[in-house]
Design a binder for this molecule. Structure first.
Ligand code: ZN
Length: 413
């Protein structure tokens, strides 16, 4: 799958000190430091292409872009892999509802998503992998799980025994009753007759009438969602000799903690022979004017529609950065208006020949971002610099600050 256009990242002077990046790990439920490394392996779960790109998606991909930017600016390389679930139940259901071919729906939404990512200055993944193109990898992964005795059939479908992984449950911290309820709400089938455990997950679904299918040793069918990500992540992210984990960061929205990341990590632990991710990092959900933003409520706000109405995508990014990435938060039009206004003030301040000193501001931005992506603190530092500049303070290098804001926050003026 083609990724999207490269985003240029200006260099940040090596005179600034980059503290170790700390991030909240959903698995340990505390903020942890990433060990210093030269290469980090990050896997972020992509969209199912039927409703790209609403603000919840945007907030998620901007969050992991901030991680990518921080580690890159600190001198490391980030091997970033993202998938796109271009075959799954919700895509087929939406295509049926709208009377369009599922391939056409997927293609149009993938194009829209790519354009939105470029507009929002999200650095593209090194490998952007679709579920359909990954089917051989999935078949291989299921075969290996089968060899380890963790796969069983229910009718013509195949299931994975999630508790084969002794660490199952340690990422989401839910009791069985809650797990079953959420699993059911998010497309799972805890009550299907013939399953050994209600939480066992589908890895291969035999072809249903009127649905597409691909060849496999178990007949024509299609992959389950969780195995898709385990297979892609383990294939594309190189393992490191001596590392205790298969990858460094597994990322996504907080609605993926369970079942998706718990089940994917369970499969990947068996497949990779190591615990899957060092850190499980999740961004919060975005609501609209006091309500949860959801497909069923029909209140999704789309990036492409805002941009088409004349909103600068940098203002959308800035508005999303004005909240804490981990918090569930509301999107309001006044938040966007404030971001538009601040972007203008910032542009004017940065265009002045004389500005307030900038070096300490850049170091503050770096420090805030190293502290679990504290964008609120980073923006406060920038705002106070704008106030100082407007008061006539001098001695700064606006070009250097502009490059740092671009490199670290992804806001290009
Ligand atoms: Zn995933």
């Amino acid at each position: 799958m083609n990724s999207w256009a490269e985003v240029s990242i200006p260099p940040v002077s090596s005179s600034f000190i980059f503290p170790t990046l700390s991030l909240f790990n959903s698995s340990s439920e505390r903020v942890e430091e990433l060990p210093k490394k030269s290469v980090y392996r990050m896997y972020v779960c992509g969209i199912t292409p039927y409703d790209a790109t609403h603000l919840g998606h945007a907030a998620t991909y901007i969050t992991f872009d901030l991680i990518n930017r921080y580690l890159t600016a600190a001198g490391a390389r980030v091997h970033f892999v993202e998938n796109i679930t271009d075959i799954d139940d919700p895509l087929l259901e939406r295509a049926n509802r709208d009377g369009v071919a599922w391939q056409d729906l997927a293609q149009s939404q993938i194009e829209l998503f790519r354009g939105d990512m470029v507009d929002l200055h999200v650095i593209p993944p090194s490998n952007y992998i679709g579920a359909v193109e990954a089917i051989p990898l999935v078949v291989n992964a299921i075969t290996r799980l089968q060899e380890r005795g963790t796969i069983y059939p229910v009718d013509a479908d195949l299931y994975y025994e999630v508790r084969a992984d002794p660490q199952f449950g340690t990422r989401a911290h839910l009791d069985d009753e809650t797990s079953e309820r959420i699993f059911s709400e998010r497309g799972g089938d805890p009550h299907r007759a013939g399953k050994k455990d209600p939480l066992d997950c589908l890895v291969w679904m035999s072809q249903r009438e009127g649905e597409p299918g691909w060849d496999s040793p178990w007949g024509t069918g299609r992959p389950g969602w969780h195995i898709e990500c385990s297979a892609i992540a383990l294939h594309y992210l190189e393992s490191e000799v001596g590392d205790d984990y298969s990858i460094d960061i597994q990322g996504g929205g907080s609605d993926l903690i369970f079942p998706h990341h718990e089940m994917g990590a369970s499969q990947a632990h068996i497949l990779g022979g190591h615990p899957f991710a060092r850190l499980y990092v999740h961004s919060g959900m975005i609501g609209l004017d006091g309500e949860k933003m959801s497909k069923s409520l029909g209140n999704l706000v789309f990036v492409s529609k805002l941009v088409a109405s004349g909103v600068n995508p940098m203002a959308i990014r800035l508005a999303l950065l004005s909240g804490e990435y981990r918090a569930d938060r509301m999107w309001t039009s006044s938040q966007l208006d404030s971001a538009i206004e601040f972007l203008d003030e910032l542009r004017i301040a940065l265009s002045r020949e004389e500005t307030a000193p900038t070096s300490h501001v850049i170091q503050e931005i770096v420090n805030h971002m190293s502290n679990d992506l504290n964008t609120v603190g980073a923006l406060e530092s920038v705002k106070s610099w704008v106030r100082e500049t407007n008061r006539g303070s001098t001695g700064g290098s606006p070009g250097e600050l502009s490059r740092a804001i671009d490199a670290l926050l992804g806001i290009a003026i």
